[in-house]
Design a protein around this ligand. Structure first.
Ligand SMILES: [Fe+2]
Ligand SMILES: [Fe+2]
Ligand SMILES: [Fe+2]
Length: 322
């Protein structure tokens, strides 16, 4: 992560926001990927803030969601300053051991908490921005303490050498698994495409809230599908990842980095087209999986996407009228 020590003018304020945004986009995906690479309900820790025993995996997902909200706050602030935010991100990594992923998560928390707490504002022109980064710093300090306790608990459980899930070669050969990976790529794209237009049209309160709602649905589909992949003998992929010699995967493009800056009409058309496409894919995958939990979950995603199709068609029709 790049460093910025002080903010004296608008250009530096934008630089701070951009550096922070690249971090927040990265960790919002990275934590959730780390979570879905470890078993559910197996490793617990006593949360230092909440005071109860928590599943490490479940809380890592929650922290990932906090990061997405941080990214949105930063993106909205940039947009208010006249900048169109990008989805360029810092590198994300998955190590072969659960412990090493948690250590990395703790390390990135400390880095960003330091940035938010130490940056000096030499001007009184950005009181809300200063307040916002100090507030976000509070979340990061909490996350850091939570990750540290997770790391200590994993060690105390004798689980330091437990590896992350790896997909089995047989599972990867199955057509339903291949298709689910394709769906995952598109869910990732749709989640961020909606977020982009939500930020781009943030002055249009009604439209932007509707786009946000659909983005959250796609984020949940991506998240739930990650759990389904494990049940199918596979594991969530990191887009654009390269595997190193020690088995660690690294990617600097875990999500599409930009979307075209177009008007409302074209934006809604592109969303509608993608919704139709993902509905087709869900309809296809449902013919490939047997009845049961996986099928039920996929059917629910299909249903929500049909709802999106209805909404998007309606929104598009209304842009034609004005
Ligand atoms: Fe954050
Ligand atoms: Fe954080
Ligand atoms: Fe959708």
């Amino acid at each position: 992560m790049e460093k910025i020590k002080q903010v004296a003018n608008e250009m530096e304020a934008i630089k701070l926001l951009t550096i922070a945004l690249e971090h927040e986009w990265a960790v919002s995906l990275e934590y959730i990927i780390h979570a879905y690479s470890m078993p559910k309900g197996r490793f617990f820790y006593l949360d230092p803030v909440m005071g109860i025993s928590m599943d490490i995996r479940a809380q890592t997902i929650q922290i990932g969601l906090d990061e997405m909200y941080h990214a949105l706050q930063l993106g909205l602030t940039l947009r208010q300053m006249g900048v169109v935010p990008s989805f360029k991100t810092n590198e994300i990594v998955r190590y072969p051991l659960i412990r090493d992923n948690l250590r990395r998560d703790k390390m990135t928390e400390d880095l960003v908490a330091e940035l938010y707490q130490s940056v000096v504002f030499l001007t009184d022109d950005f009181p809300f921005l200063e307040n916002m980064v100090r507030n976000i710093a509070g979340d990061e300090v909490r996350h850091s303490r939570q990750f540290q306790t997770m790391i200590d608990s994993l060690a105390a459980l004798g689980a330091n050498q437990v590896p992350v899930f790896r997909s089995s070669p047989e599972a990867e050969e199955k057509s339903e698994v291949k298709l689910l990976h394709e769906i995952m790529r598109q869910e990732n794209d749709l989640m961020h495409r909606y977020l982009f237009y939500m930020l781009l049209f943030s002055h249009h309160q009604d439209l932007s809230q509707r786009l946000f709602k659909n983005s959250i649905d796609h984020m949940r589909h991506w998240d739930k599908n990650s759990g389904l992949l494990i049940k199918m003998g596979s594991v969530v992929r990191i887009e654009g990842a390269v595997m190193g010699q020690d088995g660690e995967e690294r990617s600097v493009s875990p999500m599409p980095s930009s979307y075209p800056e177009v008007g409302r009409h074209q934006a809604l058309e592109s969303l509608l087209k993608e919704e139709k496409d993902i509905v087709d894919k869900y309809e296809r995958i449902l013919t490939l999986v047997p009845g049961g939990e996986i099928k039920d979950q996929l059917s629910f995603h299909l249903a929500q996407n049909r709802e999106h199709l209805f909404t998007q068609e309606w929104l598009l029709k209304n842009t034609r009228q004005n």
